[in-house]
Design a protein around this ligand. Structure first.
Ligand code: IFM
Length: 456
C-alpha cells in the first residue's frame, strides 16, 4: 500500500461521503441466530444433525437456542432501528417452510414467522433483504442426496415459489444463495461444515447445482414479485502470489480459478473456466444442456461478502490445483480468526470484479471481524479492534465509489454475536454482544461507532 492509500484508508469516513440512497445494514442468518429448533413445526436441518456429531463443533454446541431471535426478534429489530440502519439482511430457514424439504403445501406457521418479521422491519423503516438459502438444508433432502442430487433443485424451486408468493408483496430484495463456495467446499470437500462430506467430485457437483438453483430461482422470483431486485451473494477474495516468482503467480491464478472464477465466470455467461476444468479431469461436474444459460440469467445486483485476501504459493502435488494458501505471518495484522485485515483488499477485489466482469451493481452483503471483546465490570463491551476494522472498511468502500464502481450498499456482519458454525460460540462477530446465559444484548463500542456514523 502506498502512503496515499494508507491515508485514504484511515481518514474517517462520513455518511455524507456516500449517496443518499446507499443501503446501510446489518446481516444475520437463520441458523446462526434464531434458535427455536423445533418451534411451530420446523423440521430438522443439516446443521441440526451435523451439530450432534462428536467433534463437529469446537465447543460442542449447536444453534438450537443461539440468540433466541425467533422469540426475541422485536427487541432485536428495535436495536437495529436504534443503530440507524436502513436495511437488514436475514435468511429464511427452509425447514420452517417445508419441514421435510418438499411437500404439497408449505408450513403456514413457518411463513407466518417471517411475515411478522418483515412487517416488523417495515414498521421500523428498515428494508428487508431476504436470503433464501444460508446453509440450513432440510435433513430429509440431505438423506436423499442433498445438493449433489439434481432432485434437490425442484424442491428448492417449490420453496422459493412458496416464500416469494407469501412475502413478495413486502420484500423486494432477494438473494438466492449465500456463498456457494462455502456450501460446496467447506460442506462437501473439507467436511468442516454440514453435511460433513469429504469428496471433491461431490463438492464440485454441489457447486454446480447451487449455482443452477440460483439461476432457476430467478424467473420464479420475477414472476411472483414483478418489482423484485434479485441477485446472488458470493464470498470472494483478492488473491496474490506469495512470492515474486512466476511459479507462485501461476499458482495464484490456478487458486483464483476455483475460489473466484469458478463462480464469477458462469454467472457472467462464460461457462466454467477452461484451465480449472482441464485440471479437474474426471472430477468435473455433470452439466446438462441449458444449465449454463440458466446460471447466467441477468441479476439486478451482485452480492459480495468480503473478509480477507489470500496469498498463494506453488505447491506441486498439493491437491488438484497444486497451489497452497500461505497463512499470514505474525507481522501481519489479523482478526481473532487469523484472517488478514486488509481494507485495501476490498478495493483491489472490487476493482478486479468490475474490470473483468462488468457486473450488475455490487452490494457488500457481509463484512466484519471476530475479536476477543473486553467486558468491563460495569457491563460495557469494548471492541476497539472491530470498531477500527469497520471504520477502515467503510473508508475502503468510499474509495471503491470514488473509482466509479457502482457500489450500492454495505452490510456489517453481524447485528448480533451468534453461532459461528464449526466454531460454535467461540467467535463473536456482533456489533451487539449477546450474553448467551441470559440472552441480554449490549451494544459494543463498534455498534456505537456505526450508530454515530449513520446518524451523522
Ligand atoms: O458467519 C459467517 C456467515 O454465515 C457467512 N459469511 C462469513 C461469516 C463469518 O464467518
Amino acid at each position: 500500500m502506498t502512503r496515499a492509500d494508507s491515508t485514504r484508508d484511515t481518514a474517517a469516513p462520513q455518511r455524507r461521503d456516500f449517496p443518499p440512497d446507499f443501503r446501510w445494514g446489518c446481516a444475520t442468518a437463520s441458523y446462526q441466530v434464531e434458535g427455536a429448533a423445533h418451534a411451530d413445526g420446523k423440521g430438522e436441518s443439516i446443521w441440526d444433525r451435523f451439530c450432534t456429531q462428536p467433534g463437529a463443533i469446537r465447543d460442542g454446541s449447536s444453534g438450537a437456542v443461539a440468540c433466541d431471535h425467533f422469540h426475541r426478534w422485536p427487541q432485536d429489530l428495535d436495536l437495529a432501528r436504534d443503530l440507524g440502519v436502513n436495511a437488514y439482511r436475514f435468511s429464511v430457514a427452509w425447514p420452517r417452510i417445508f419441514p421435510a424439504g418438499r411437500g404439497a403445501a408449505p408450513n403456514a406457521a413457518g411463513l407466518d414467522f417471517y411475515s411478522r418479521l418483515v412487517d416488523g422491519l417495515l414498521e421500523r423503516g428498515i428494508e428487508p433483504w431476504l436470503t433464501l438459502y444460508h446453509w440450513d438444508l432440510p435433513q430429509p433432502l440431505q438423506d436423499a442426496g442433498g445438493w449433489a442430487a439434481r432432485a434437490t433443485l425442484d424442491a428448492f424451486a417449490a420453496y422459493v415459489d412458496a416464500v416469494t408468493r407469501r412475502l413478495g408483496d413486502r420484500v423486494k430484495r432477494w438473494i438466492t444463495q449465500n456463498e456457494p463456495w462455502c456450501v460446496a467446499m467447506l460442506g462437501h470437500h473439507e467436511g468442516v461444515h454440514a453435511p460433513g462430506r469429504r469428496d471433491l467430485a461431490t463438492a464440485l457437483q454441489v457447486a454446480h447445482h447451487v449455482l443452477l438453483s440460483h439461476g432457476q430461482a430467478l424467473p420464479i422470483i420475477r414472476a411472483n414479485v414483478p418489482d423484485a431486485l434479485a441477485g446472488i451473494t458470493l464470498s470472494l477474495h483478492p488473491i496474490a502470489p506469495a512470492g515474486p516468482g512466476a511459479a507462485d503467480a501461476a499458482a495464484a491464478f490456478r487458486h483464483d480459478g476455483l475460489r473466484n472464477r469458478w463462480f464469477l465466470d458462469p454467472l457472467h455467461g462464460r461457462g466454467y473456466p477452461a484451465d480449472v476444468w482441464q485440471r479437474l479431469g474426471a472430477l468435473a461436474p455433470t452439466v446438462l444442456p441449458g444449465d449454463l444459460e440458466a446460471i447466467a440469467r441477468p441479476t439486478d445486483f451482485l452480492g459480495i461478502n468480503y473478509y480477507f485476501p489470500e496469498h498463494v504459493a506453488d505447491a506441486p502435488g498439493h491437491g488438484v490445483l497444486e497451489a497452497r494458501v500461505v497463512e499470514p505471518g505474525a507481522e501481519v495484522e489479523r482478526t481473532g480468526f487469523g484472517w488478514e485485515v486488509a481494507p485495501d483488499g476490498l478495493v483491489r477485489l472490487l476493482d478486479r470484479v468490475q474490470r473483468d466482469y462488468r457486473p450488475a451493481p455490487i452490494v457488500l452483503t457481509e463484512n466484519g471481524a471476530t475479536y476477543d471483546d473486553v467486558v468491563t465490570p460495569d457491563g460495557r463491551i469494548h471492541d476497539a479492534e472491530r470498531q477500527r476494522y469497520l471504520q477502515r472498511h467503510v473508508a475502503a468502500a468510499r474509495e471503491v465509489l470514488a473509482r466509479g464502481i457502482a457500489l450500492q450498499g454495505y452490510f456489517a456482519w453481524s447485528l448480533l454475536d451468534n453461532f459461528e458454525w464449526a466454531e460454535g460460540y467461540l467467535r463473536r462477530f456482533g456489533l451487539i454482544h449477546v450474553d448467551y446465559a441470559t440472552q441480554q444484548r449490549t451494544l459494543k463500542d463498534s455498534g456505537l461507532w456505526y450508530r454515530d456514523f449513520l446518524r451523522a
